[in-house]
Design a protein around this ligand. Structure first.
Ligand SMILES: Nc1ncnc2c1ncn2[C@@H]1O[C@H](COP(=O)(O)OP(=O)(O)OP(=O)(O)O)[C@@H](O)[C@H]1O
Ligand SMILES: [Mg+2]
Length: 236
């Protein structure tokens, strides 16, 4: 079986600006991969590149064995690449329920499944997108990606800026998704230890290049190397 997602020597950026250089990685079905690194190293750009939202300068991105080439972003989404952006992108003037249903794509996940995963969202069903707390917005953003029944779920700093108790709830949801699903998950995260605990493999980016790649366990067990790679303040 081919890897679900494979990047081979991918270079990308915005217009002529180069952000990522010759990046290679693989993701198998059911696997979770952390993307770690300091601010501005290119983590979001990597997710955007997989979705076709940047200028790809070189290399190949294969999804289910097929070269995505110049496949436009909306087609990549329809083919099963689901992105939860750092901005969350909730429609402010649609209700929670409407926000969910516009993203529906046939498959295992439906609104009932999302509400079972996030009971808090079920309580807020009739509220407008702009009436939600940060944590609720994040649940809705993840729910919207899930209801699109992605084969690859790309999460850009899903725990950022949220209270610890909210993060705990989202971490529980992440574990459920990962343990029960066949989805491949890419988790961009600043909290390295947490991300490493949640994933099997990890990539550390530094100025658009991979500075480390391997089993998450290995990096988790080597705090000195982790601190060297991403900085002391980020490692905790
Ligand atoms: N739309 C854009 N146009 C031009 N350059 C951009 C654009 N978005 C990001 N960049 C540049 O690309 C580089 C990588 O940014 P990116 O947002 O991918 O980093 P990041 O690792 O996600 O950072 P953060 O941790 O702050 O989210 C930065 O130098 C940034 O200034
Ligand atoms: Mg980012």
């Amino acid at each position: 079986m081919p890897d679900l997602l494979e990047l081979e020597n991918v270079g990308a950026g915005y217009g002529e600006t180069v952000v990522l250089e010759s990046l290679s990685m693989k993701l198998a079905a059911g696997q979770a991969l952390s993307i770690l690194g300091r601010n501005g190293v290119g983590k979001t750009t990597l997710l955007n590149t997989i979705l076709g939202l940047t200028t790809q300068h070189s290399g190949v991105i294969r999804y289910k064995g097929r070269d995505l080439g110049r496949t436009p972003s909306h087609e990549r989404a329809r083919a099963g690449l689901g992105l939860v952006t750092q901005e969350r992108d909730i429609f402010p003037s649609l209700t929670v329920d409407e926000n969910l249903r516009v993203a529906l794509r046939a498959g295992e996940w439906d609104a009932a499944g999302v509400y079972a995963l996030f009971p808090r969202l079920a309580e807020r069903k009739k509220n407008m997108g702009n009436q939600l707390s940060g944590g609720e917005q994040q649940m809705l953003a993840i729910g919207r990606a899930l209801i699109g029944n992605p084969d690859v779920l790309l999460l850009d700093e899903p725990f950022e800026g949220l209270a610890p108790v909210i993060v705990d709830g989202l971490v529980d949801a992440f574990r459920k998704l990962h343990q029960t699903g066949r989805m491949g998950i890419v988790l961009v995260e600043q909290h390295a230890e947490l991300a490493l605990e949640l994933t099997e493999r990890a990539i550390v980016l530094d100025r658009g290049q991979i500075s480390w790649q391997g089993p998450s366990r290995e990096l988790l067990g080597d705090p000195e190397q982790l601190a060297r790679l991403i900085g002391l303040d980020m490692a905790a």
